[in-house]
Design a protein around this ligand. Structure first.
Ligand code: ADP
Ligand code: MG
Length: 623
C-alpha cells in the first residue's frame, strides 16, 4: 500500500490536478473540512488561518446568517438567535429534545409538529437540517475558495451510533447545502483511516473519541492496510459540553455559598467554565473571576467533579472489549480523538485502564476530518480503489425465521460489511407453493425475542414433496448498511426480493439491551431451540405415520397396530414437556417401531407400480 503524505499544517496548498472532493467533520462543537491537495490530505483553514469552525449559527433579520466564531461570540449576548450544538437535534422530535435537555436557551416554533421541531429566530424558524446546512455551506465556501473550483462530492462523518433518522437528516443537510454525499462515514473509522495510512502498525486499535457532544469507542483491527471494525459502543449525549455544565453548576454553587447576590446567566457561567476547563489542560490551577468575585479551580477538584462522567467512558471501553472478546493485553494502540481528550484527567484515565499511554500525535481535533478527506479522495476516484479497503460491521445478527419460530442467523453480528451470504432452505409441507420469509435482527434464538425487520413472500414455487424444493436466500449488506434479501427457488428461477435498513434503525441503548439479553439467555435459548427442533422432527414423523395408517393401515397386524400406537402416544406425551434429548429418543423409538410398516408399504407400492399404477399416483393420494 502506498503511503499518502500529509502536509505540515499551515503549509501551502497546491492547486489540485484531480477531481475535487472533501472530507467534512460536522461536529457538535466544531466542524472542519479537509481535502487532498496534490500529495496529501489536510484540513483547510479560513482566511484567518483557523481550521476549526465553531458549529454555531447566528440568525438576524434581513441579513445573512453568521457562522462560526462570530456567531459563537454572540452566544451570551443574544442566545435566542444563536444556535449551538445543533447536531444533538438531528433526527429528534421536540418531546425527545425536551426530555434530553434540562436547559434550552431558545423557543420552539409552536406551529411545527412534535416530529419536526424548529427554533424561532429573528430570521424565522430554523430546523436542525437548515442550521446544519448553514454550517456545511460555510465549509463548502471555504473549500471552494481555497481549492479554486466547485466540489464534486463529500464524505461527511457521523458518530458511530447515529440512528437512521440522524443519518438521513445529516444527508438532507448536505443536500440542502448543495453537496453530493459520497458516503457517510463513522467518525472513529475516519480517525483510524487517518492513523492507519501513515503508520505501518498492525494489530488491534481502540479509538476513544470524546468531543463536545458525543462519545464513541471503537475497536478496530488493522492488517496490512485493511481496517476492520470489530465492535463499537458509545453515547450520543456525552461530551465536553457536559463537563462545562458540571463546572458551571459548581461555580453557581460556589457563588451562592460565598453569599454572592448577583447571579450570572447560565450562558455566561458556561463560558467561564469552558475557558477554565481549557486552561486546566495545560496548567494545574486556574483563577475564575466574575462579577467582582474570584474563585480557584484545580485539576484535583475537576477530577472529583467529573469522576462519574469519566467512569462512564471507561465502562464503555470495557464493554467494547467484551463485545469483541478481547482482553486489554490484546490492544496494541489507543487513538485519542476529540477536543476533550486534551484533558489530562481523560488521558490519565484511559492510559491507566489500557496500561499504556494513548496516541495523540495527530491533532485530536482534526484527525476525523483528515480521515474523511482520505476516504473522499478514494471514492471520487483519485486513488485506485484497492489502495485501501475500509470495512465496517453490522451491529446485530441478521437472520431469517424458520419453522417453529426459530431464528437462523445468516449474517452474524460484527461481520464486516459490505457482505453477501447465502443459505438454502426448503419447504416444510408437501405441495407447498408459497414460502413466507421473515427477516429478523438480534442475537436470540427465538423470533419473538428478536426485532422484526421485514416480511415478504416467495410465490409460485413448483409443487413438490416437502424438502425437495431448494430456495436460496441471499442476504446482502452494502457499505451504507442497507440490507437486501433475495429468495430464489433454484429449479424454477422464481425470485422475490426486499430491501431493509437494519443497522441504523436502533438506538445504542436498544442494541445494548438486545446484546445483554442474549448473553443472559444464551443457555436457556439454546435448549429452547433444541426442544423446538426436536418437536418439529417429532411432528413431521407423527404426521407421516398418521397419513400412512390412513392409506395402508390394513397392512398392519393387530399387534403391530398396538405397538405403533404405544410409541405414538409415548412421543405425543413427551413432546409436550420433555427435554430435547427425551423427545429425540421417543422420535427415534417410533421410527424404529414403524420401520417394518414402512418396508411393507414400499413393497406394496412397488407391486402396484408393476401392476401399472405409478408411485406418483399413490403419493398423490396422500396429499
Ligand atoms: P465535536 O466533535 O463534538 O464537535 P470537538 O472534538 O471539536 O467536538 O471537541 C470539542 C470539545 O473539546 C469541547 O467540549 C471543548 O471544550 C473541548 N476542548 C477543546 N480543547 C480543549 C482543551 N484544550 N481542554 C479541554 N477540552 C477541550
Ligand atoms: Mg468530533
Amino acid at each position: 500500500m502506498a503511503l499518502l503524505q500529509i502536509q505540515e499544517p499551515g503549509g501551502k496548498i497546491a492547486k489540485p490536478l484531480h477531481r475535487l472532493a472533501v472530507g467534512i467533520d460536522l461536529g457538535t462543537t466544531n466542524s472542519l473540512v479537509s481535502a487532498s491537495c496534490g500529495g496529501g490530505v489536510e484540513t483547510i483553514p479560513d482566511n484567518g488561518g483557523e481550521h476549526l469552525l465553531p458549529s454555531v449559527v447566528y440568525y438576524q433579520k434581513d441579513q445573512p446568517a453568521l457562522v462560526g466564531s462570530e456567531a459563537k461570540a454572540l452566544l451570551v449576548e443574544d442566545s435566542m438567535n444563536t444556535v449551538a450544538s445543533i447536531k444533538r437535534f438531528l433526527g429528534k422530535s421536540q418531546s425527545e429534545l425536551q426530555a434530553e435537555h434540562a436547559y434550552l436557551p431558545f423557543e420552539f416554533d409552536p406551529s411545527r409538529s412534535d416530529s419536526s421541531p424548529a427554533i424561532m429566530t429573528a430570521d424565522g424558524s430554523k430546523d436542525a437540517v437548515q442550521v446544519s446546512a448553514d454550517i456545511l455551506s460555510e465549509l463548502v465556501q471555504r473549500a471552494e475558495t481555497c481549492l479554486k473550483g466547485p466540489l464534486e462530492g463529500a464524505v461527511v462523518t457521523v458518530p458511530a451510533y447515529f440512528n437512521d433518522a440522524q443519518r438521513q437528516q445529516t444527508k438532507d443537510a448536505a443536500q440542502l447545502a448543495g453537496l453530493k454525499v459520497l458516503r457517510l462515514l463513522n467518525e472513529p473509522t475516519a480517525a483510524a483511516v487517518a492513523y492507519g495510512l501513515d503508520s505501518e502498525d498492525q494489530g488491534n486499535v481502540v479509538v476513544f473519541d470524546l468531543g463536545g457532544g458525543t462519545f464513541d469507542v471503537s475497536l478496530l483491527s488493522l492488517k496490512k492496510g485493511v481496517f476492520e471494525v470489530l465492535a463499537t459502543a458509545g453515547d450520543t449525549s456525552l461530551g465536553g459540553d457536559d463537563i462545562d455544565h458540571i463546572i458551571a453548576d459548581w461555580l453557581a454553587a460556589q457563588m451562592h455559598e460565598a453569599g454572592q447576590s448577583e447571579t450570572l446567566p447560565k450562558a455566561r457561567l458556561l463560558q467561564l467554565a469552558n475557558s477554565a476547563k481549557h486552561q486546566l489542560s495545560t496548567q494545574d490551577t486556574v483563577q475564575i473571576a466574575a462579577a467582582g468575585w474570584t474563585t480557584e479551580l484545580d485539576n484535583k477538584k475537576l477530577k472529583q467533579l467529573t469522576s462519574e462522567l469519566v467512569r462512564r467512558t471507561i465502562n464503555t471501553c470495557r464493554r467494547v472489549l467484551r463485545d469483541a472478546s478481547l482482553a486489554i493485553e490484546d490492544i496494541d494502540n489507543v487513538i485519542m480523538v476529540g477536543g476533550s481528550t486534551r484533558m489530562p484527567i481523560v488521558r490519565d484515565a484511559v492510559a491507566e485502564f489500557f496500561g499504556k499511554p494513548p496516541l495523540t500525535n495527530i491533532d485530536p481535533d482534526k484527525v476525523v476530518a483528515v480521515g474523511a478527506g482520505i476516504q473522499a479522495d478514494v471514492l471520487i476516484g483519485n486513488k485506485s480503489a484497492n489502495s485501501f479497503l475500509l470495512l465496517d460491521v453490522n451491529p446485530l445478527s441478521l437472520g431469517i425465521e424458520t419453522m417453529g419460530e426459530l431464528v437462523e442467523k445468516i449474517i452474524p453480528r460484527n461481520t464486516s460489511i459490505p457482505v453477501a451470504k447465502a443459505q438454502e432452505f426448503t419447504t416444510f409441507k408437501d405441495g407447498q407453493t408459497v414460502m413466507s420469509l421473515h427477516v429478523v435482527q438480534g442475537e436470540r434464538e427465538l423470533v419473538a425475542d428478536c426485532r422484526s425487520l421485514a416480511r415478504f413472500e416467495l410465490r409460485e414455487i413448483p409443487a413438490m414433496v416437502a424438502g425437495a424444493a431448494k430456495v436460496r436466500v441471499t442476504f446482502q449488506v452494502d457499505a451504507d448498511g442497507l440490507l437486501s434479501v433475495t429468495a430464489e427457488e433454484t429449479s424454477s428461477g422464481k425470485k422475490a426480493e426486499i430491501q431493509v435498513k437494519p443497522s441504523y434503525g436502533l438506538e445504542s441503548s436498544v442494541i445494548e439491551e438486545m446484546l445483554q439479553a442474549s448473553h443472559e439467555n444464551a443457555q436457556a435459548d439454546m435448549e429452547t431451540r433444541s426442544i423446538k427442533e426436536a418437536q418439529l422432527d417429532a411432528r413431521q414423523l407423527l404426521d407421516a405415520i398418521a397419513n400412512a395408517i390412513a392409506i395402508d393401515g390394513e397392512l398392519l397386524s393387530e399387534i403391530e397396530v398396538q405397538k405403533l400406537k404405544g410409541a405414538i402416544t409415548a412421543l405425543e406425551n413427551i413432546m409436550i414437556s420433555g427435554s430435547s434429548v427425551e423427545i429425540n429418543a421417543a422420535t427415534e423409538a417410533l421410527n424404529l417401531v414403524s420401520s417394518d410398516f414402512a418396508a411393507k408399504r414400499m413393497d406394496l407400492h412397488i407391486a402396484n407400480a408393476l401392476r401399472g399404477e405409478s408411485i406418483d399416483a399413490v403419493e398423490k393420494q396422500t396429499d
